[in-house]
Design a protein around this ligand. Sequence first.
Ligand code: TYD
Length: 237
Amino acid sequence: MNNQSAGIFITFEGGDGAGKSTQAARLAAALEFRGYTVLRTREPGGTPVGEKLRSLVLDHGNGEIDAHTEALIFAASRAAHATQVIRPALARGDVVLTDRYIDSSVAYQGAGRDLGQDAVRSLNEWATSGLQPHLTVLLDVDPELGRRRRTAGQAAEDRLESEADAFHTRIRNAFLDLAAARPGSYLVLPADLPVDELARQILARVDTLLPDPAAAAGEHAAPQPAAHSVATDGSAL
Ligand code: TYD
């Protein structure tokens, strides 16, 4: 584990259409309201090179991309993201909220593309020098609901989203297995709960990880789990 830093690293995971971005935005707003410095970011992407890799791997029309190449592109984007963005933010003491991280590769490439979950995890641990989140929020979405939500929005489905439902079911099961293997590091919630209820439960769990905002703003403040008096009234939600 390589998290010897002042900040808190929280990842949002789940299938397409789970509502990760909505919940990451809600959590960011609630934490900023309380005085925390929050960095919201996403994968693939999050850096200039990562955004180029994002369109390379997600856009239709880049020719065939085999599964190994796909896994390496996601890992390359993640390596840049971890080094250039996430580690520096954690060193400053920020709360970092990332829309997708290593578990997405383990689920989509390891299980969905059948490359093997252990191999994909090793590749990504190497790429990030072992940087792990303090908490992963897994929004568990039924693939059918995910597809309905995606097609209700106007955007066309990307290369991964347009895969068959069986692919998305493998991914869903892989995410749930990852959470079951390390329950203390995950908050698993059904994605079909009302948005406000999801936001409330996520904030309540995150509260148990946070240092006092004043300490977080100071230099090299160390997190003091649960030893603070942050209100949980959800007023910023
Ligand atoms: P995402 O940004 O969540 O999609 P959107 O912008 O539509 O909300 O992710 C894009 C796609 O990339 C999504 O289908 C999941 C896939 N993906 C992987 O297959 N492996 C990965 O490691 C990551 C980060 C994403």
